[in-house]
Design a protein. Structure first.
Length: 173
């Protein structure tokens, strides 16, 4: 039984709104929780029995997606990938489970499956329902960054203002 608001994006990879503190995340069967909302960075002990990953980011129209914030999302996506590949059930959240969590989820899809960024965006948009009237991944900066990701098997050259990480992910310099 699911005690949190979330949708399954891929096997063991879920995306949803902020679940609140307490035992609901663990009771829903999750072993990892990724908190992407800058305003909801509760300490790990507030989610007993669950590994908590803090990946604070903004989606307020006041902050641009900087290389540092992109690195936070990519780092969290690597942790998500490792957990999912070990068969762990992961919940990636932000305030509404739409943009910031979508950014991390899409990066995780790229790392897990090697899909191009556009395919990762399409998967999130297809699997995550509208929440409170908002379409998943409607933040144009997030989508623009994601859509620059080629399928990993098709990476040929890195644009001059981007760099390729050891895992094959292309990120801005």
């Amino acid at each position: 039984m699911l005690f949190v608001e979330a949708d399954e994006i891929a096997p063991n990879l879920w995306q949803g709104s902020y679940p609140g503190t307490g035992t609901a995340v663990k009771a829903s069967g999750f072993s990892m929780l990724v908190l992407c909302a800058e305003e909801f960075q509760d300490p790990a002990e507030d989610f007993p029995g669950v590994e908590v990953v803090h990946a604070a980011n903004y989606d307020d129209g006041q902050h641009n997606l900087t290389p540092e914030l992109l690195t936070v999302a990519v780092t969290a996506a690597h942790r998500v990938k490792d957990a999912v590949e070990k068969g762990r059930k992961v919940l990636v959240t932000c305030r509404m489970g739409i943009n910031r969590s979508g950014l991390v989820t899409a990066f995780a899809l790229h790392l897990i499956y090697g899909w191009a960024g556009a395919a990762c965006v399409a998967r999130v948009k297809k699997m995550r329902h509208r929440y409170q009237g908002f379409e998943p991944l409607h933040n144009w900066e997030f989508v623009s960054a994601l859509k620059r990701l080629p399928a990993r098997s098709q990476v040929k050259e890195v644009p001059p203002d981007w760099q390729q990480t050891p895992s094959g992910l292309i990120v801005p310099v």
